[in-house]
Design a protein around this ligand. Structure first.
Ligand code: DGY
Length: 345
């Protein structure tokens, strides 16, 4: 029997070995073989010319230009739960499937949100800097005082999987739990005891405000001067979602004025930020470099799930975590074997 030709795929970064193996078993893989440097745009456009599948990262913009350069493309498997780097509507219109990597990073990202909450509340980074710069003087009653996490009110904006996991952890700290979503979530309320609040009320009532909403046209810029002015003077603001949800200049001004009291940020409007970024100069702002999902186990699971989705799509097997399958089914552009019952994430 003549073996079927292996589908050509383009992979925009070297992935953990398990994911590379999975792809190489089934596909003819072209790779931007670097770990740290994103694929240059021209190289991406060249790379997708013959590709039926594209495995992308959140640093790759997949838009009409990429689709036009990739006439044979059938699937874009993004190695991230967020897919604001992909023009999903353009993919759907072209009959291109999009997949993402939900669930596998939920707990890891919730841990990081908590690391930022605790670090900002208890001034961990400031404390280390104090020692490093020789500014640690004798113990005194108000030295490096922060705010309590235990027993405080936690408000999560965007209580999906990650937001829900952040809330669940709040139970262990005896926190009062609030959330805001586009729609109330009765299952989350039953599981965590969290209570729904309109957006402004949540901002007024929370001691900790954690953002874990996706970046969409509706959420872009949703935290600006008005929202910060509604927060408590003692509030701690944490963003583990996407930078552009926050107007950074407004946040810097608000932190300088002391309302909210402190912030913990994993994400920024333009990443990576440099050492001269205004938020870094503020002692009450803890900044880390988009590491929400950054444990070896989780990044390996994300890469493997992206690879599994890509292979499933190209070999006509049921998809694991599609984004636009419902739309493709409605347009009669989906392969029946992808699993009409599969739920988009
Ligand atoms: C995602 O998956 O969207 C994160 O931002 C990276 O883990």
């Amino acid at each position: 029997m003549i073996p079927l030709p292996r589908p050509a795929v383009y992979v925009t970064r070297r992935l953990p070995a398990a994911a590379m193996r999975l792809l190489e078993e089934t596909c003819q893989v072209s790779l931007w073989d670097e770990l740290e440097r994103p694929v240059p745009r021209a190289e991406l456009l060249r790379g997708v010319a013959d590709a039926e599948g594209l495995l992308s990262l959140l640093t790759d913009r997949v838009d009409a230009e990429v689709l036009a350069a990739a006439p044979r493309l059938r699937v874009v498997a993004n190695m991230a739960v967020g897919y604001d780097n992909i023009d999903v509507a353009a993919c759907t219109a072209r009959g291109v499937l999009v997949t993402n990597t939900p669930d596998v990073l939920t707990e890891t990202t919730a841990d990081l949100a908590w690391a930022l909450m605790l670090a900002a509340a208890r001034r961990i980074v400031e404390g280390q800097r104090m020692i490093e710069t020789g500014a640690w003087g004798p113990w005194h009653p108000l030295q490096m005082v922060g705010v309590d996490v235990y027993g405080a009110t936690l408000g999560v904006v965007g209580a999906g999987r990650i937001g829900g996991a952040v809330l669940r952890r709040g139970g262990g700290f005896a926190m009062r739990l609030l959330y805001h979503n586009r729609h109330p979530a009765p299952e989350l309320e039953a599981a965590t005891g969290a209570v729904y609040r309109p957006f402004d009320d949540l901002l007024r009532e929370s001691d900790f405000i954690v953002v874990s909403a996706p970046l969409t046209p509706e959420t872009r810029g949703m935290f600006g001067a008005r929202e910060f002015s509604l927060m408590r003077e003692t509030a701690i603001f944490v963003n583990v979602a996407r930078g552009p949800l926050v107007r950074e200049e407004d946040l810097a001004a608000a932190l300088r004025a002391g309302r909210p009291r402190a912030a913990g940020l994993d994400v920024f409007t333009r990443e990576p930020i440099g050492p001269d970024h205004p938020l870094l100069s503020l002692p009450n702002c803890v900044c880390v470099p988009h590491i929400g999902s950054a444990t070896l186990a989780t990044r390996t699971r994300m890469a493997t799930l992206a690879a599994e989705n890509l292979v499933a799509a190209l070999t006509g097997r049921p998809l694991l975590t599609p984004v636009n399958l419902t739309e493709l089914v409605a347009l009669e552009l989906a392969a029946p074997s992808w699993g009409r019952g599969a739920t988009d994430r």
